[in-house]
Ligand binder design. Structure first.
Ligand SMILES: Cc1ncc(C[n+]2csc(CCOP(=O)(O)OP(=O)(O)O)c2C)c(N)n1
Ligand SMILES: [Mg+2]
Length: 547
């Protein structure tokens, strides 16, 4: 057995099902070892696609997704997706090939110090320099990647070490036990909640990672406390729940801002500051906060909790519930706010304008998707509309990257989602800019048999940036481009391609696309004048119910 073979045995021991990657001269021994492994290797068309696939696999399953590249340019290509996993809290193990240890000290072809390079985008990383260390390194990598807060790790394997004889066997998996919150923190939290007049719950992705959806819903319902979710916390509480105030996280004010203006206690559950800066909802740092999470709070002058309840989230919520005393009906302000948010959502349900308004596209998208089906958002103005208007019944059914927020994630992400849940409908929603960043992975999708739909918001530009430029400078620059004919483009790759010609076309087109046995692409012209209208509306917003 050589080191590469031992590495693959260790990966099998960790339960790895897929490795997403791209071959190169310096990872040949790993690929050779994979030929006889139970792990399926998915050959991608760009290392970034491989890393995004591993990222989404990790985010959806809680088990580290694994990606592989060669050294130098392969590794630099891999980095964006690795960084995305790290900042989005998705477990990922990246493996790179490397030159032999005999030529690292001199200038040599394609050599970069990859351990130094990946250090800022990972929780931990190392190089295998002794074959017999491989089992410890792999076990440590998975343990760190998968433990709270999950993220990326990186293993670098020099080619001369990969082919060396290796002795050893995979280590027993032991990922540690749950920890429970301290008694006094539970008491303090219960007291603060009992005394608050207008408490507000904000849930983030940590509640999804901790599988705390049932406990959050029970906690909110029994205590009659309204719940807002971050973009990455969608579905923790069903959007149909009478206390659900839907998503918070736009950079501008929105209806939900009124809840933060009014509250005298924010109960943050599984909330990471990276998802939505507390400076946006607590600029003066004056709102009292209870932090409930698996890890303690990050430092921020706008986020200094009065109490931190650190431990298993579901257990903490049940313990607080036992101790808190809050009687009464749902707060009328929450019900009014919910009605306003809902009215906004319904406003364009029958709009027949063309190009289609983003609100209408998302409304129709929701109609064709079941409660378990999955939308993967790319990054751009369309993401803001998805965040504002696409609401979920269940966790992990609308995936938004809001930690690193890298364009190009949706198509590779949808491929991974379809591998994890082949029975569910999966739609990648992307801008035309993001589409062109990783559309080559549609060939990978066709080859591996993952038939998802890609819905393109076509505005001929970097819409979000145009929106921001207008807000700041009153005009835009350097944001427009032309596109290929997306229908012909899809067809040339052996996919199905559709163009939506009117608003009434959208639902039937989505339904047809979802029935196909190959991946499909829908080109949908979007009316982004709505972006500017939303900014205008936000400026005019008044929290009327308290005046
Ligand atoms: C890889 C990457 N490059 C640049 C950005 C900055 N950025 C954020 S949104 C955006 C425009 C996205 O354009 P498009 O994909 O067409 O979506 P739209 O905003 O038009 O809906 C850009 C350039 C980013 N987030 N990620
Ligand atoms: Mg665009």
């Amino acid at each position: 057995m050589n080191t590469a073979e031992l590495l693959v045995k260790c990966l099998e021991n960790e339960g790895v099902e897929y490795i997403f990657g791209l071959p190169g001269e310096e990872n040949l021994d790993i690929l050779e070892a994979l030929k006889t492994s139970s792990i399926k290797f998915i050959t991608t068309r760009h290392e970034q696609g491989a890393a995004f696939m591993a990222d989404l696999y990790g985010r959806l399953t809680g088990k580290a997704g694994v990606c592989l590249s060669t050294l130098g340019p392969g590794a630099t290509n891999l980095m964006t997706g690795v960084a995305d996993a790290n900042l989005d809290g998705a477990p990922l193990v990246a493996i790179t090939g490397q030159v032999g240890t005999d030529r690292m000290h001199i200038e040599s072809h394609q050599y970069l110090d990859l351990v130094a390079m990946f250090e800022p985008v990972t929780k931990w990383n190392t190089q295998i320099v002794r074959p017999s260390n491989t089992p410890e390194i792999v076990r440590k990598a998975f343990k760190i990647a998968q433990s709270e807060k999950p993220g990326a790790v990186h293993i670098d394997l020099p080619e001369n070490i990969a082919e060396m004889t290796a002795a050893g066997k995979p280590l027993h998996k032991n990922d540690g036990e749950k920890t429970f919150a301290a008694f006094h923190s539970l008491e303090q939290a219960a007291k603060a909640i009992s005394q608050a007049q207008n408490p507000l719950i904000m849930v983030g992705n940590g509640a999804i990672r901790a599988d705390a959806s049932v406990a959050v819903t029970e906690f909110a319902t029994k205590l009659n406390i309204p719940v807002a979710n971050t973009f990455m916390g969608k579905g923790v509480i069903p959007y149909t729940h009478p206390l659900a105030l839907w998503s918070v996280g736009l950079q501008q004010r929105d209806h939900i801002s009124c809840a933060f203006d009014q509250t005298d206690l924010v109960i943050a559950i599984g909330y990471d500051l990276i998802e939505y800066s507390p400076k946006k909802w607590n600029p003066l740092g004056e709102i009292p906060i209870i932090h409930i999470g698996d890890t303690s709070a990050e430092i921020d002058s706008s986020y200094i909790p009065v109490v931190e309840v650190v431990g298993d989230i579901s257990d903490s919520l049940r313990e607080i519930l036992d101790r808190a005393d809050r009687q009464g009906k749902p707060d009328p302000y929450a019900l009014q706010l919910r009605a306003d948010i809902r009215a906004d959502y319904e406003e364009y349900a029958n709009d027949d304008g063309f190009p289609i308004k983003p609100q209408k596209i998302i409304y129709d998208l929701r109609q064709v998707m079941g409660p378990e089906d999955i939308v993967i958002s790319d990054v751009g103005a369309h993401k803001m509309w998805i965040a504002r208007h696409y609401h979920c019944d269940r966790p992990n059914t609308c995936i938004i990257s809001n930690g690193f927020a890298a364009m190009g994630i949706a198509i590779p992400g949808a491929l991974a989602a379809k591998l994890v849940y082949p029975q569910r409908k999966v739609i990648a929603v992307t801008g035309d800019g993001g589409f062109m960043m990783n559309c080559q992975e549609l060939e990978t999708a066709l080859r591996v048999g993952t038939a998802f739909v890609t819905l393109i918001f076509n505005d001929g530009g970097y819409g979000l940036i145009e929106w921001k430029q207008h807000n700041h400078f009153g005009e835009s620059a350097f944001v427009h481009f032309s596109n290929p004919d997306f229908v012909k483009f899809a067809e040339s790759m052996g996919l199905k391609g559709y163009r939506v010609e009117s608003a009434v076309d959208l639902i039937p087109t989505l339904k047809t696309a979802l029935e196909q046995e190959v991946p499909s692409v829908i080109d949908c012209a979007v009316d982004y004048r709505e972006n500017f209208r939303l900014t205008q509306k936000a400026g005019d917003l008044s929290c009327k119910i308290w005046q």
